[in-house]
Structure formats: structure tokens, C-alpha cells
Design a protein. Structure first.
Length: 311
């Protein structure tokens, strides 16, 4: 195999902040089993790499990176050397050409470590196709978990975390974006979005139109970096808060679940009356409770009252 394929450059090298000098010698060489190893890498602060992640980067026989410059820089910060190991670029623009080479290394029984440009591989990342290809070819796939901008943003957002959904980047085209907003807007979960700083103004305006200005939301920018910023409020408040200002850095938008408006009591009674005309009390109450998103016990009690009043 060829070595040091530094054609993985797809833009400016992301800024990794060491913050403190690395403690030398923290990584240890381990007997790494053959297979594909996904390694989560820092989203800003270089010391967010895990010790196990460093062990894998030191020990893997083949290194693969979305941006080879970023991986080299991260390894240098932590005192690791690529040495004579193959370093293969694998990104959105060369996946079809690079995957066969990586699969050959796996077929030869080598240990292969893949790193995204930043964060957890396969999350808004070309690593997904690599994982699928490796799994379909019967190779072991494992991971060293770690940093994720989506999970960190959820952690600091103040939005409900018992049910959440990562929805990635919105479509670029207006029609597709409108359909996307309509499809996910009513999902009863906290939504985590990524967006370009160039399009965040447009996105907030569109979300206000589709989901309402009062829906709770948190805008996270430059997470773990020196100029980290977290703004909490509503979609309308965030839109007005940034105004026409130039926004820089990586952005994660966390949007709270849709607010449920309780149906009017008269509407509940009307739905129950209709259901009681064709179903038993228990079944009628269950149907109406599910349809209106109400506690089944409360609806059942109301159904009993209506049934008794009619007799």
C-alpha cells in the first residue's frame, strides 16, 4: 500500500485547541484485533480525545481519516507518530475510490482506524458508507466512543433529553427544506440540527414560519472552543437575537418538542359521544385518549359520566 495519502484536504484545517501541554506517554500500544475501528475525535478541545482512542491510533496498522491533516495534527499534539503506516484519505468526494482499498486492508486481516474530521464517525459523516461496506463484507466493526457535538449540545441546551432525534443538516433547496420542516416539525421529541453559519439566519426564519416563534430552542456555537457560546430561548428570540450579525463557527441548534395544546372539554365530550355510539366505554375511552393525546384514566372517567348521564 502507498503511504501518507494527504489528499484528504477538503478545506481549511479545523482549529484544535490543546489548552494545556499534553502529558507525554499517555497512549499505550495494544494488541488490536483485526477489523474496522471508529475513533471519535475532539470537536475543538484536543484533550477531549479518550485514552482508548489514543491507544487505537497508536496501535492500528492502517489509519484512515476524513481529513488527514487534522488527524496528523491531533496525533502530533498527543505525541503520536504515523510512522510508516498507511494514512488513507476517505471523505465524501473520494469514497467510491477509497473504500475498495480500505476493504482490501481489512480482508488482509489488518486493524484499520477511521477518524472523522471531528466528532463521532458516521454522525453526519462519510463513515456510514464505510461501516456498511465493512459489515456487508463480514469484517468486524467496533468503536471507541467519545466527543459528539450533537450530544454535547443536548447536554447544555436545557431542552428535554428523555426523547431526542438527530436530524442532521437541513436540505439546501427551498422546496426540500419546506417539506423537511413539515415532516419533522410534529415529532414529539427534542430535535438536534446542524447548520452552516451562512444559513442559520435563513433557517431560524423558516423554522419560525413552520413551527412557530414560541417553540423553545437553544443555539450552540463553537462548542468546547475558546469562543463557545450557548443561547437559550425561543426560535423567535434566537432569530431576533442574532439579527443581521455575522455568525461564525460550527453551529448546533437544539429545538424543544412541540407544545401540545389541550383540547377543549366540549371537543372531548363530542369525540366520546361519537365513540360511545359504536364502542364499549373502555374501548371508546382508549380511542379518544390516543387520538387527543390525553391520559386514558381521565378520559375513561369522563366516558363513564357521559354514559351514566345518558341512561
Amino acid at each position: 500500500m502507498d503511504h501518507d495519502d494527504d489528499d484528504g484536504a477538503t478545506g481549511p484545517t479545523p482549529r484544535l485547541e490543546a489548552m494545556d501541554p499534553p502529558a507525554g506517554g499517555v497512549a499505550r500500544r495494544v494488541a488490536l484485533a483485526p477489523g474496522l475501528w471508529f475513533v471519535a475525535t475532539p470537536i475543538g478541545a484536543a484533550r477531549d480525545i479518550t485514552l482508548r482512542g489514543l491507544d487505537i491510533l497508536l496501535s492500528a496498522e492502517v489509519l484512515v481519516a476524513e481529513d488527514t491533516r487534522t488527524l496528523r495534527h491531533l496525533m502530533e499534539i498527543h505525541g503520536l507518530k504515523v510512522g510508516d503506516r498507511p494514512l488513507i484519505a476517505y471523505h465524501d468526494h473520494n469514497g467510491a475510490e477509497a473504500r475498495p482499498r480500505i476493504l482490501r486492508a481489512l480482508a488482509e486481516g489488518r486493524s484499520v482506524a477511521y477518524c472523522s474530521e471531528a466528532g463521532t464517525p458516521v454522525v453526519a459523516d462519510p463513515g456510514y458508507q464505510l461501516a456498511r461496506a465493512a459489515i456487508e463484507a463480514g469484517h468486524p466493526v467496533s468503536a471507541a466512543p467519545g466527543p459528539s457535538a450533537a450530544i454535547m449540545a443536548l447536554s447544555v441546551s436545557g431542552q428535554p433529553s428523555d426523547r431526542f432525534m438527530f436530524v442532521g443538516f437541513p436540505p439546501a433547496q427551498a422546496g426540500a427544506r419546506a417539506r423537511w420542516c413539515d415532516e419533522i416539525g410534529s415529532i414529539p421529541a427534542t430535535l438536534i440540527l446542524y447548520e452552516s453559519p451562512k444559513r442559520i439566519h435563513r433557517l431560524l426564519g423558516e423554522l419560525c414560519e413552520h413551527w412557530g416563534e414560541m417553540r423553545p430552542a437553544t443555539l450552540c456555537r463553537e462548542l468546547t472552543k475558546r469562543f463557545e457560546e450557548v443561547r437559550r430561548g425561543t426560535l423567535g428570540g434566537l432569530r431576533d437575537g442574532i439579527g443581521d450579525a455575522t455568525v461564525k463557527g460550527e453551529i448546533v441548534l437544539v429545538v424543544g418538542r412541540p407544545m401540545v395544546v389541550a383540547p377543549d372539554a366540549a371537543d372531548v365530550d363530542a369525540a366520546l359521544q361519537e365513540a360511545l355510539g359504536r364502542l364499549r366505554v373502555k374501548d371508546a375511552a382508549a380511542e379518544v385518549a390516543e387520538a387527543l393525546g390525553l391520559p386514558r384514566r381521565d378520559v375513561y372517567q369522563r366516558a363513564l359520566a357521559l354514559k351514566e348521564g345518558a341512561e
